[in-house]
Design a protein around this ligand. Sequence first.
Ligand SMILES: Nc1nc2c(ncn2[C@@H]2O[C@H](COP(=O)(O)OP(=O)(O)OP(=O)(O)O)[C@@H](O)[C@H]2O)c(=O)[nH]1
Ligand SMILES: [Mg+2]
Length: 334
Amino acid sequence: MKTIGFCGLPNSGKSTLLKLLTKTETLIANYPFTTISPKLARGFFISNNLLQLHSLTKTPEIRPAYLNFLDVPGLIRGSHKGLGLGNEFLSYLRQSDIILEIIRNFKREDVIHSEGEVDPERDILLIEEEILQSEKKIIEENLQKIKRQPAKKDLAEKFIFILDNLQPFKRFPELKKDLKEYNLLLTKDWFLIFNGDLKIDKKNFENLCFKSIYQLDFQFELELQENRELQKEYPSQVNDLLNQIKKDIDLIEFFTFTDEITQSWLIERDNYLIKSAELIHSDFAKKFKSAEVINIKQFLIHKKNWSELKNLGLLKQVGRDYCIEEGDIIRIII
Ligand SMILES: Nc1nc2c(ncn2[C@@H]2O[C@H](COP(=O)(O)OP(=O)(O)OP(=O)(O)O)[C@@H](O)[C@H]2O)c(=O)[nH]1
Ligand SMILES: [Mg+2]
């Protein structure tokens, strides 16, 4: 499952977002470096489709798909040189598949900003500078190690290409596969979220390196989660955010159900059915014979059980290289 790592300055709201998305208890406080070790938690993705499907299957258990979120200590000026919890922080972040940069966009006197005033643009530049310096160091060290190995010539060329083209907000997603074992932050997909209620024009940040830019008032959402009265007036935007992230990282949702469990899954778009079989159970992939598929839209229209749908010829019989579509309900035959 994909892991989304949070990158941001201290007190930008990383742990607050983790709590919002994953509903796990975590230490949130108005002083820098509240978080001193990484924390991984699951953000469950409870879609309307899953709930509607469950209302028909009525299984005792419902198990939603999830994304992993990784909260890490804050980054500060000089992190790449090891200041604060710098190096550690960056190595944790490298373990994530995707980076979500969190930028403070709220004023609060009692919450210290490590740079003084609230200034999103300055913070984005600062984080970028730290990331660039840190990546440069890692690439140079690795290049040094492999320089005299003729077998690693290709790899060395790739490192040199990055060093030659290094500039703020430049990313190298095309090298992600070739440099996989190095887990470089510069080959990952980056997303940005502004936390708070101050006015901001997202358009000003569109041409940097972020695949999508979001905005949410974390503190307000947290209060909303705990206050039923407030919920009547203001619908929460947390689920919308999860949905948007899912879409932007190009995942699709599919479903399975047995007599016991109704379950949703997230998988990368354009994947073969056999990949989903692996995800569900490694045995399913090994013993795979064929599969029956119906899209949830049709399932909700007909409201019939599986064998009735089969008799009516509404189930598609597919093989291992069927390409899974958003909303497919799948039954694997082994
Ligand atoms: N007003 C306001 N306060 C917020 C918001 N988000 C977070 N805070 C407050 O800011 C403080 C820091 O939030 P955290 O989530 O702990 O920040 P962090 O980025 O995890 O900080 P470190 O772990 O120190 O790196 C807490 O007191 C939060 O209540 C917001 O949207 N608005
Ligand atoms: Mg924290």
